[in-house]
Write a protein that binds this ligand. Structure first.
Ligand code: AMP
Ligand code: TRP
Length: 322
């Protein structure tokens, strides 16, 4: 049976970029395949964080997963640090990953450029742990945003090298991208929308917050509402309109051809408010059921750990440790 795996760092509340770039496809895939979705807290601690707030962040991400539509009857929802086989396998993979594969990765370069004082080993090793997350379950399909391509490529290099050194063990990982769903920041459309910085629209933002954020979103010079390379801000807003309304970009451009940014933004905010209403409701209900949510995670971890420990045993045998 095909197995699906993906993960999200516990580094803040989910935003609409996470949803359209990754989680929406998880919801579809869980109906067709065995699937495991993880809150990757060991990845989250590679960048500066507040230890007192981490437990809450992990919990929030799990509630966000469930409210977005993950179905615990079909899917295992896990917390990475509760399944030590992930980090054990990462150590094994470290021994066959040349440093030169890692220190040239754009994601690593960007992160150390932004915070030179935080160039820690965990950050360099981030993609190796990600490869281990996937391969400890021998997952076949990994639904992620397009920013993760380099990491999946690297995981597949590890697959090749491991199979070459120790015999056929892992199959090639297939990334699964939601095409055209890369959402950019509302304050700087050259950067992707992210969890930090507050320039993103949270999946569970209240209507007033949404209206306020769309009102403040930067726009381009001129007043045309059109998707074009030299208009990154309005192109991004058009993409969001399209994703929420299901209307084609062409149809939206036509609708607003004689109108200004103010009208467009006002309608966009209302479409988002309406689109996110069911998410907000579901999350509020889940907040009242902590015992249920804890049970969901415990049984997810239990199911996943059985697979992970069996695979780790096979891997340890192959590399001569057992
Ligand atoms: P992260 O928040 O970086 O842990 O990302 C979790 C998932 O959401 C990954 O699969 C990312 O590729 C995806 N993702 C994050 N930010 C965006 C964005 N702005 N647009 C589309 N997908 C995104
Ligand atoms: N690197 C991913 C991100 O930044 C998160 C992640 C960690 C992940 N391990 C994974 C995604 C395994 C898919 C599969 O978003």
């Amino acid at each position: 049976m095909t197995r699906v795996f993906s993960g999200v760092r516990s580094s803040g509340r989910l935003h609409i970029g996470n949803y359209f770039g990754a989680i929406k496809s998880w919801i579809d895939l869980q109906n067709k395949h065995e699937s495991i979705f993880a809150v990757v807290d060991y990845h989250a601690i590679t960048t500066p964080y507040n230890p007192k707030g981490m437990k809450r962040m992990v919990w929030d991400t799990i509630l966000d997963f469930l409210a977005a539509g993950l179905n615990p009857k079909k899917t295992s929802i896990i917390i990475q640090s509760q399944i030590p086989e992930h980090t054990e396998l990462a150590w094994i993979f470290n021994t066959l990953t040349p440093v030169s594969w890692l220190d040239r990765l754009p994601t690593y370069r960007e992160k150390i450029e932004a915070h030179p004082q935080n160039a820690n080993m965990g950050l360099l090793d981030y993609p190796v742990l990600m490869a281990a997350d996937i391969l400890i379950y021998k997952a076949d399909i990994v639904p992620v945003g397009e920013d993760q391509i380099a990491h999946i490529d690297l995981a597949n290099e590890i697959v090749k090298r491991f199979n070459y050194l120790y015999g056929p063990t892992f199959s090639r990982i297939k990334p699964f991208f939601s095409k055209g769903a890369r959402i950019m920041s509302l304050s700087d459309p050259t950067k992707k929308m992210s969890k930090t910085g507050g320039e993103g629209i949270g999946l569970y933002d209240e209507p007033e917050e949404i209206r306020d954020k769309i009102k403040k979103a930067v726009t381009d010079s001129g007043r045309e509402i059109i998707m074009r390379e030299d208009k990154p801000a309005i192109s991004n807003l058009l993409l969001i309109y399209h994703l929420f309304s299901g209307k084609s970009i062409k149809a939206i451009e036509k609708k607003y051809q004689d109108k200004g940014y103010a009208d467009f933004k006002k309608d966009l905010a209302e479409i988002i408010v309406k689109g996110l209403e069911p998410f907000r409701q579901k999350r509020k209900e889940l907040e009242k059921k902590p015992r249920y949510v804890k049970k969901v995670v415990a049984s997810g971890v239990d199911r996943a750990r059985k697979i992970a420990s069996k695979n780790l045993l096979e891997i340890k045998r192959k590399i001569g440790l057992i």
